[in-house]
Design a protein around this ligand. Structure first.
Ligand code: 5GP
Ligand code: ZN
Length: 139
């Protein structure tokens, strides 16, 4: 399904022009309009899925192999030292466009292009409880 009110549906399906890096039947890969670093790309499925929770498994299975190829290509093209793969779900997690997308961001040593998380503290008993709680839901 496509959503005519969704900017990424319109871009992914070619109704709004974009700097396209790659396209196949399932995805369009574009340059981010406000890049964290030069070469910052977005993998967009052509179908509308708001987030990872809606993404069908068959589409999900194709995302990481594509990300792997793009990461290698952008590393070479931009002479990068590293690459971040980022994917936000929900406003609480920083998602601003509610159409699933994966960011691929080439990095140079010391570029400060994107802040990562602030490392917190962990309590061993609490860690064990959390691991058990999540683990139960995986069965
Ligand atoms: P999010 O915060 O949802 O994970 O990321 C959304 C990303 O989409 C942002 O990095 C933003 O710069 C990018 N973006 C938003 N609108 C457009 C657009 O119209 N064209 C392109 N190429 N990127 C966009
Ligand atoms: Zn959409």
């Amino acid at each position: 399904m496509k959503d005519d009110n969704c900017i990424f549906c319109l871009i992914a399906n070619g109704q709004i022009p974009s700097n396209t890096v790659y396209e196949d039947g399932d995805f369009r890969v574009i340059l981010d309009i406000s890049p964290a670093a030069k070469g910052h790309m977005l993998i967009l499925p052509k179908e509308h899925y708001a987030n990872i929770f809606e993404l069908p498994e068959e589409t999900a299975k194709k995302v990481l192999p594509l990300a792997k190829k793009l990461a290698a290509a952008v590393k070479e093209a931009m002479n990068a030292d590293g690459v971040n793969i980022v994917q936000n779900n929900g406003t609480a997690a920083g998602q601003t466009v509610p159409h699933f997308h994966l960011h691929i961001i080439p990095r140079k040593e010391g570029d400060n292009a994107m802040p990562l998380w602030t490392p917190g503290e962990s309590v061993p008993e609490e860690q064990a409880q959390i691991a058990e709680k999540i683990s139960k839901l995986m069965k």
